[in-house]
Design a protein around this ligand. Structure first.
Ligand SMILES: Cc1cc2nc3c(=O)[nH]c(=O)nc-3n(C[C@H](O)[C@H](O)[C@H](O)COP(=O)(O)O)c2cc1C
Length: 404
């Protein structure tokens, strides 16, 4: 116990920006102290727990709890009251739809679409489910998810563990209170030459349930996947995917997006942006995790033994911002950009919106910051909108001059 206490005390303090100690939009000043305490208590508990419970086991326990709580309507109403902030100024029009706020949950948290509805109650305007593949697959051997507490980061090499497109259908086949994006990936067993067909099979099966679909060609954990981002390979994938969506949903335009990786060079990004415009893609999600290990506070001796995998959280932020800016330089407001990667605070989210993102997502900061993270971010965004004298957050999209 003494060693655990010492370990906790050696960790860097919760950053001020993460605590969000500015006055609440409404409500008594005392809220600030409660918020600061909540962030510290949650983080301390998480770090204590992480000594005993491996990261993936903790995630599975949370998913079990969420599935158990999902049918309890009264509790769900309470969750929404506590965790959700809505205001007309936060509404965003993107992908031909209205989103109550610009904040969503990134792909990979709810891989089998089992808890997206209750996750929406935690203040997310949309949840990206998946990545789902055509064939069910186990993913990589465990352990494959690691915490880096000093960086508030994660490294994962999950490898698209999921129950497969067919088995996901019953989870989606009912009304819902939150918008869902559906992330589709290539089955590991599909050869490179079968990649397009493999995506298309999943799209045909699942597209009708989605508010938008994403082609995930950027996970570092499926061998060869990222090579699908080269224009020669991307073009047939985008063309055939669009056809599949038209066949699956002849009466509704299902927005088609691409998720790119943060390790692409500017030239490749420009090519992707131009191709996306030429083929009338609806949007690009930037970015997936990085294979680099730059700028970490964690000791290399701790990080290297963890092996391969994608790094997420604050060390990814600079790369995700660069990709967003480069893409925005090419596509402007002609298609929707969704920014994800290292967003922890309302200021982070605001900067991405001012750099051209219509929507933003978080994943790792939801783990490290706890269930109030979405509310903290949306509250701070609302404050920004009011501070800048805007009538809606929509007006801030692409306004680099408002970014401070
Ligand atoms: C454990 C884990 C699993 C993930 N699985 C997926 C996935 O299946 N599909 C995907 O597109 N992105 C996946 N991601 C990437 C996230 O959606 C997001 O792009 C990335 O983590 C950067 O955002 P963050 O810094 O807010 O976490 C995963 C991330 C983590 C940490």
């Amino acid at each position: 116990m003494r060693r655990l206490k010492a370990k906790i005390s050696r960790l860097p303090a919760v950053p001020q920006a993460e605590i969000d100690d500015s006055p609440p939009v409404r409500g008594p000043r005392g809220c600030v102290r409660v918020r600061a305490a909540e962030a510290t208590v949650y983080r301390t508990l998480l770090i204590a727990l992480s000594r005993f419970v491996p990261a993936e086991a903790a995630h599975e326990a949370v998913m079990r709890l969420l599935r158990f709580l999902s049918p309890l309507e009264l509790l769900r109403r309470i969750l929404r009251r506590v965790f959700t902030l809505r205001a007309p100024e936060l509404a965003v029009k993107a992908l031909g739809q209205s989103f109550p706020t610009p904040l969503g949950l990134g792909a990979g948290f709810d891989k089998n679409a089992e808890a997206y509805d209750i996750l929406g109650d935690f203040g997310f305007a949309f949840v990206e489910v998946g990545t789902v593949t055509w064939r069910a697959q186990e993913g990589n051997p465990r352990p494959r998810l690691f915490r880096l507490p000093k960086d508030r980061a994660l490294i994962n090499r999950m490898g698209f563990n999921n129950v497969g497109a067919e088995a996901v259908v019953p989870h989606l086949d009912h009304g819902r209170g939150v918008k869902i994006g559906l992330s589709v990936g290539k089955s590991r067993a599909a050869a490179d030459t079968e990649a397009v067909e493999d995506y298309v099979l999943s799209l045909r099966k699942l597209a009708r349930f989605a508010d938008y679909v994403v082609l995930n060609v950027s996970s570092p954990n499926t061998p060869g996947l990222r090579s699908l981002q080269s224009p020669e390979r991307l073009e047939p994938l985008l063309v055939e995917s669009r056809k599949a969506l038209l066949e699956a949903c002849p009466d509704r335009h299902v927005p088609l997006l691409l998720k790119v990786d943060p390790d692409l060079g500017d030239e490749q990004l420009v090519e992707i942006g131009r191709l996306a415009l030429r083929l009338s893609l609806d949007g690009i999600i930037a970015t997936n995790t990085t294979v680099t290990r730059e700028g970490l506070a964690s000791a290399p001796g701790k990080v290297e033994p963890l092996g391969a995998g994608g790094l997420s959280g604050p060390p990814l932020a600079a790369k995700a911002k660069r990709v967003l800016r480069t893409l925005h330089g090419v596509v402007g407001d002609r298609l929707a950009l969704i920014s994800v990667g290292g967003i922890e605070t309302g200021q982070d989210a605001w900067e991405r919106i001012c750099a051209g993102a219509s929507l933003v997502q978080i994943y790792t900061s939801f783990i490290w910051g706890g269930p109030l993270t979405p509310k903290r971010i949306t509250r701070a965004l609302l404050r920004k909108v009011r501070e800048k004298g805007l009538s809606s957050i929509q007006e801030a999209i692409g306004r680099a001059d408002l970014s401070s």
